[in-house]
Ligand binder design. Structure first.
Ligand SMILES: NC(=O)c1ccc[n+]([C@@H]2O[C@H](COP(=O)([O-])OP(=O)(O)OC[C@H]3O[C@@H](n4cnc5c(N)ncnc54)[C@H](OP(=O)(O)O)[C@@H]3O)[C@@H](O)[C@H]2O)c1
Length: 241
């Protein structure tokens, strides 16, 4: 299907913005990937269930291009109760996958392009990814002029609940822009060392000290789920897992 190019407006958004939940599996020393880099596989079975529950809550996921290039695909909901719940609610089985990229470098052989979901592209204006026809495999392309405008565009398209799947560059960018309402971290019983912290090179952040615990749960396999919400977010306690 030919892609549709949707340009965000330049004015400040008046739409309510989507709710963003950053979902990551991290080591005890705060790494999201092994010291040598590459595609991280940190979580066990309990983490997989927690991830799929978050996907079941989501209308869309935001995923950095490097994570897609390294993993080749995005996470899907496989568990039948979660799929049935979405179908019963009249929702698509899988959330929309919104890939974020400046380069537009997506090898066409990636399994991502054969996954049974809708793919959208979010790209800064005038970047290679935003220039020319919409890349094959993507249904829509939206402009990442600023996070406020881009998120308003996603909300206007009906995407209210977004899971941010990482990686660290995308997560850090969204946190620096103060756009994340929830942090869902699975602590995995490993020490990885190396430079791949889940919040790399961050200077002072707007949300410093402003988080409160919404949920803590043992996932089995020595994994612990921690979900924090913005302390100043009135909706936080009303939002379930
Ligand atoms: N443990 C976990 O839960 C978890 C989850 C996800 C990923 N990971 C790991 O994280 C690593 C990959 O993460 P990463 O931090 O290297 O990369 P990443 O955040 O996945 O992707 C970075 C890329 O995303 C695009 N991007 C991000 N923010 C952008 C913005 N504001 N505007 C335009 N483009 C933007 C750019 O793509 P272009 O280069 O195309 O311009 C950028 O180079 C892998 O090791 C992966 O396994 C772990």
């Amino acid at each position: 299907m030919a892609g549709i190019d949707v340009h965000g407006g330049s004015s400040a958004p008046s739409e309510p913005l989507p709710r963003l939940r950053l979902v990551l599996a991290v080591s005890l020393d705060g790494r999201l990937a092994p010291a040598g880099g590459g595609a991280a596989q940190l979580g066990g079975r309990g983490d997989r269930r927690a991830l799929e529950e978050a996907l079941a809550w989501a209308d869309a996921v935001l995923v950095g291009a490097e994570t897609l290039r390294l993993h080749g695909s995005t996470c899907l909901i496989h568990q039948s109760d979660l799929l049935e719940g979405r179908t019963a609610a009249g929702r698509q089985p899988q959330p929309v996958a919104v890939a974020v990229s400046r380069s537009g470098r997506f090898p066409p052989h990636l399994p991502f392009f054969r996954q049974p979901l809708e793919r959208w592209l979010l790209a800064p204006p005038a970047s290679p990814a935003a220039t020319g026809p919409v890349l094959a495999g993507f249904r829509r392309r939206l402009s990442l002029e600023s996070w406020g405008v881009a998120l308003a565009g996603l909300a206007a398209a009906g995407l209210e609940h977004l899971v941010v799947l990482g990686g660290a560059v995308l997560a850090a960018d969204l946190l620096a822009a103060d756009r994340v309402q929830e942090l869902q971290l699975t602590l995995c019983p490993r020490l990885l060392g190396g430079q791949h912290t889940w919040l790399p090179g961050a200077g002072p952040l707007p949300g410093a000290g402003a988080w409160r615990l919404l949920e803590s749960r043992s996932l089995g396999g020595d994994e612990l789920l921690l979900r924090y919400g913005r302390a100043d977010d009135q909706r936080a306690s009303a939002v379930g897992p």
